[in-house]
Unconditional design. Structure first.
Lengths: 112, 114
């Protein structure tokens, strides 16, 4: 499986945008980019995923570099509830089942 | 909707005891997964079921067995628990990548083996 590299930790001020980076220089043309987050003492929560184009949903935006070797998860306005570990994951594409391999992620702290 | 329900939430076992962790989803998802998470670590895939009637090994299957009972339910069995299996266990369900959502995870089972 292709690997991702994320900073161990980041800090953000409340109500400011947050840009969480992820490098995946060995990504293949068929790998999707996924982001999940895990709040303390909870199971992971899906945030967003994409293949080539930038993606937006109610939680966040995913900006994918043109060469797909890196991506950025954008939280438009951080709240205290966004303090969590954020995982950037690659998966093989396909219409059916796919498997996700979680690394250690980026621990995001939000300062009031 | 309940989403993904795991039972029990907490369990303490003695070394050598057996138990089954239960997982049920009500979202009509085809695929289901079992992960474990050790302190300070990411999640590791134990087993998964791409569809009803199929199961496959993940990254760390040794010491575990699974059963996909029907489309809704996917159980994880520890036949002879060991202290190294002390962990938080998460069940998840999902559809394919073309869906506009990802996996849904349960709230976890915290297992301690003494």
């Amino acid at each position: 499986d292709a690997k991702t590299t994320q900073p161990n930790s980041m800090e953000s001020n409340e109500e400011e945008p947050v840009h969480l980076p992820c490098n995946h220089s060995t990504i293949s043309g068929t790998d999707y980019i996924h982001w999940y987050r895990q709040l303390p003492s909870q199971g992971p929560e899906y945030v967003i995923h994409g293949l080539t184009s930038n993606v937006n949903n109610r939680m966040a935006s995913l900006a994918i570099a043109e060469d797909r070797k890196s991506s950025t998860l954008i939280l438009h306005r951080a709240t205290l509830r966004d303090a969590a570990v954020y995982y950037c994951i690659l998966s093989i594409s396909g219409a059916g089942s796919y498997q996700l391999t979680f690394g250690k992620g980026t621990k995001l702290s939000v300062i009031p | 909707n309940a989403g993904v329900t795991q039972t029990p939430k907490f369990q303490v076992l003695k070394t050598g005891q057996s138990m089954t962790l239960q997982c049920a989803q009500d979202m009509n998802h085809n695929s289901m997964y079992w992960y474990r998470q050790d302190p300070g670590m990411g999640l590791r895939l134990i087993y998964y079921s791409a569809s009803e009637g199929t199961t496959d090994k993940g990254e760390v299957p040794n010491g575990y067995n699974v059963s996909r009972l029907n489309k809704r339910e996917f159980s994880l069995r520890l036949e002879s628990a060991a202290p190294s299996q002390t962990s938080v266990y998460f069940c998840a369900s999902g559809q394919g990548l073309r869906a506009n959502y990802g996996y849904t995870f349960g709230s976890g089972t915290r297992l301690t083996v003494v």
